[in-house]
Ligand binder design. Sequence first.
Ligand SMILES: Nc1ncnc2c1ncn2[C@@H]1O[C@H](COP(=O)(O)OP(=O)(O)OP(=O)(O)O)[C@@H](O)[C@H]1O
Ligand SMILES: [Mg+2]
Length: 313
Amino acid sequence: MPTAQAAPPDLHQTLTALIHGRAKTGKSLMAASLTKPLLYLDVELGAQFLPMARRVWDPSTPIPRMDGTWDTAVVRCTSWDDAEAALDQVRSRAHPFKGIAVDSLQALQNRLIGKVAGPTSAVEIQQWGEILRMLQNFTEGLRDMTNHKRWPVMEVLVTCPTSLRDGTWGPHLRGQMGIIAPYLFDLTGYLYVEDEFNRKTNATVQVRKLRTRRTKDIEAGERVGGKIPAIYTLPMVTGTPEEVRKANVTFRKLRADVYRRVDGAPVGIAPPVPSEPPAPPASPPPSGGPAPDVPAQPVTPTGTATPKETTNG
Ligand SMILES: Nc1ncnc2c1ncn2[C@@H]1O[C@H](COP(=O)(O)OP(=O)(O)OP(=O)(O)O)[C@@H](O)[C@H]1O
Ligand SMILES: [Mg+2]
């Protein structure tokens, strides 16, 4: 049996995050960008499209050995039990992983509802309590892997679709979990896509951005002392699958930024950002088409930065 050892110092430089956003904004690609080796809980069953050196792992079997052919172990979670079995294994035995991603928490909640209430039956009131307890325990257990005494990971990321609830766009989860989930992570980010006009190339390109501060209608926030800008522009990741795989290090870079800025700097107070930015001007994009990131709801999570807000651009 391996003996308990203090984790190397860099393993304490951890970052946990919940990223929510509308469909096709880049949540899964960001989940694939964690430091390798990565454990990827693929609940939406879409990992086959992601640029990764994957090895599918059935969590009822031992953790696969690192043999140089893969850097991401993908667990295809067709049931709640698959996710639970994977987490149980990494909690209870030596593993190679530096990051764990769940794509998505909403799909996992659905699998759990299917387990507790049956695939077709209505959920009874007391079952909602059980579903909340099990999902919260799982999510906290996942997050606490960053503080595991023997086999810690550095990064944990969960993705979630977004939806409007009581006037706020937040993680699309049933019941109380939608309210609790943002409290559980260091960072809650709202991912969105914006059209930007590039004067040099005279072309409009889609840019992906992560909003890390709350607005009156978007759930977001951070507890890393303001070390991540209010609007974080994601690197554009393009090229051949191999190039994309190598360049896709967004989350790893985010974590590095958090700790790079802490070192030697006075720790703690986030720079102020306006709590309720004014609505952006309603100018159509150069194409004249509809605004790119505005859903057909009365309240729109544009995620647009105001001039005063900090950005990394
Ligand atoms: N940073 C990026 N640079 C370039 N392309 C990106 C980037 N992020 C995502 N994309 C592209 O956008 C598309 C959607 O990405 P992805 O599948 O990660 O989105 P998603 O939010 O997980 O979608 P869904 O809601 O369907 O799960 C993909 O073709 C992906 O390659
Ligand atoms: Mg996805």
